[in-house]
Design a protein around this ligand. Structure first.
Ligand code: GTQ
Length: 348
């Protein structure tokens, strides 16, 4: 705001006097507080998997999963350093479990998803039921469900953690507790929930309570299931010009997003396909599953290769191009934004 010098001086003196009383003038910051359009403090950024993996393995030599409780390298957005956030509302990290290790059971208000990047045969147990994890499986640990991770294989297991830590922090609504033992006792054989509810079915409740919570029964979306579905979609003639072939992971209890705060999807762009420009208010974290290509974000081109992780903050114009068939996984805060009637997108 430009004001005559003497007016400015008198105002500044007034601000200085009121500051100790925890009072501050709105008119100095109104345009920032109520922006004409989103101006995310987060930046576009790509993490090389190979580079991050190197640091993670070195951390693995220095601290055990049990000592760390969760041995994770946080992917901090360069515009949000010190905030443990990849976009203002969401967190991302790379978690390593070495052969024979256990990440002890705990539960917390925060919702988490895991997207497997490396290794096969380690597990996340949810309320005592193991999901055996394979590359590019999606595994959920919804809020307040006991979970422990373990790796009985002879190879390291690495996955991407996506949590709503900053959202829960924003609401000052975080609770957490450790389980009395390292692992939750087994309550069902691995795959039991997927076998029951993974085929577009949900439990009908009479008078007996189900082992799984009614609002969130399913927690494992294997690559072996989603990849053929995406291939079938891509075999058809229609392709969305802004998204490519895209499928969202659903919660079978309500047909909505996988968790209350986080939505997740996969997409396939056939070789040579380029999307048209699109922007949306949800900040999105992408993982390259297969293929190669590029992302053009606000005019900046970023090369994409398998396992690299790209963050595209809110209201940044994105175009994607596939050199060969490009498959991406993405998660975002769209689920929370829709509930708050904030979500918007704009397609060129
Ligand atoms: O696996 O429970 O990356 O509680 C951050 C917090 C993972 C987990 C993270 C967590 C976890």
């Amino acid at each position: 705001m430009t004001l005559p010098n003497d007016q400015r001086a008198q105002l500044e003196a007034l601000y200085a006097e009121m500051a100790p009383e925890n009072l501050t003038p709105l008119w100095e910051s109104l345009a920032q507080l109520v922006p004409k359009q989103p101006r995310s403090p987060a930046k576009v950024h790509l993490w090389s998997y190979d580079q991050a993996r190197d640091y993670l393995m070195r951390a693995g030599d220095l601290i055990s999963a049990e000592q760390a409780e969760r041995r994770v390298l946080i992917l901090e957005n360069p515009g949000l350093r010190g905030q443990s956030s990849i976009i203002p509302s969401l967190y991302a990290g790379l978690q390593l479990i070495l052969p024979g290790e256990v990440a002890p059971a705990h539960r917390h208000a925060q919702c988490a998803l895991r997207f497997v990047l490396e290794g096969e045969g380690a597990f996340t147990a949810l309320d005592g039921e193991k999901a055996i994890m394979r590359p590019f499986d999606l595994v959920l640990t919804p809020g307040w469900q006991w979970h422990d991770h373990g790796n009985p294989t002879d190879k390291p297991m690495i996955w991407l953690d996506g949590l709503d830590i900053p959202t829960v922090r924003h609401f000052d609504a975080g609770f957490a507790e450790g389980y009395r033992e390292k692992a939750h006792p087994e309550t069902a054989p691995p795959g039991d929930t997927l076998a029951r509810y993974g085929r577009n079915l949900r439990p009908v409740r009479g008078t007996t309570a189900d082992r799984r919570p009614a609002h969130q029964p399913l927690f494992h979306y294997p690559y072996a299931d989603w990849r053929p579905a995406l291939a079938a979609l891509a075999a058809g003639p229609d392709i969305d010009p802004h998204l490519g072939h895209a499928l969202e992971f659903l919660n079978p209890a309500d047909g909505g997003s996988v968790m209350p705060t986080i939505a997740a999807h996969v997409r396939l762009l056939p070789a040579g396909f380029e999307t048209r420009a699109r922007r949306a208010t949800d900040g999105t974290v992408f993982v390259v599953v297969e293929g190669s290509g590029w992302a053009l974000v606000e005019g900046r081109e970023i090369a994409l290769k398998p396992r690299d992780i790209l963050v595209v903050p809110s209201w940044h114009e994105l175009r994607l191009g596939a050199a060969d068939d490009l498959v991406l996984f993405g998660y975002s805060d769209k689920a929370a934004q829709e509930k708050l009637h904030l979500y918007k997108e704009q397609c060129a």
